[in-house]
Design a protein around this ligand. Sequence first.
Ligand SMILES: C[S@@+](CC[C@H](N)C(=O)[O-])C[C@H]1O[C@@H](n2cnc3c(N)ncnc32)[C@H](O)[C@@H]1O
Length: 246
Amino acid sequence: MTGLTYRDALTEVTGPARTLLERWSEIPASEVVQHVNELRDRAYKVFPWASIGLYQFLEIDMLDFDCYPDILDSIKKGALFLDLACCFAQEVRQVVADGAPPENVYGTDLSSDLMNLGYDLFLDKDKFGVRFIQSDVLDSQSPLATEFQGRFDFIHSSNFFHAWEWGKAIEVAKCVVKLLSNKPGSMILGSQSITTWKRLWSIVSEDTGIQFDVQVTESSFRDAEAFAWPEDLEAFRMHFIIRRLS
Ligand SMILES: C[S@@+](CC[C@H](N)C(=O)[O-])C[C@H]1O[C@@H](n2cnc3c(N)ncnc32)[C@H](O)[C@@H]1O
């Protein structure tokens, strides 16, 4: 079965996620694929979301940032890193596997069940010193908001902001900013839905056997007001061309 939120079981796991599962989790190479597929299916029964059904949790996007070595260096020297809406917290594992002291690294999510599934995916409940904080990012009385205001030098968050409607997204962003250190150079970083869009078309391509060229560009709205977005904001939209190749 393949749909927008679920794809067929993987036949291979490659890239940084495989490295992490083999080296950090010490899963034998021959067992990685089965382990990942079983975990995905178990999680999807409870959380039937695209991020799980489409194996988004195998994407580690910190590595894609040119500034990652500098971020890592800062965390090693005492800066605090948070993965917000971390789900299984693959980014957290990557940062710690790359030498960041676990006491400087945090993960947070609304659901502790998801963070626990992360332990099952990475098989590291006993050896992992990272603190996970179960909190609603919008809750000003949460452990996250009350204990960590202004504490984080780096806040990573992927596939999260775009899930909210515009007004709520601004509220979320403000809550995130409250967690951010006031030191110049502190940053919020992550990735967003354009990747999801491309993935959608790669699934359509896989299913239909038709090859497409997918082009995505971001541009400003020509008339922000027409879209009921505040005039003083730089509004972006995604243009796309799906060109059939075969
Ligand atoms: C699409 S998943 C993205 C997970 C992960 N960042 C990734 O890219 O693989 C969105 C995550 O946001 C979490 N979430 C949703 N609402 C939240 C809230 N109000 N506060 C904190 N986390 C929330 C969900 O539990 C889920 O783990």
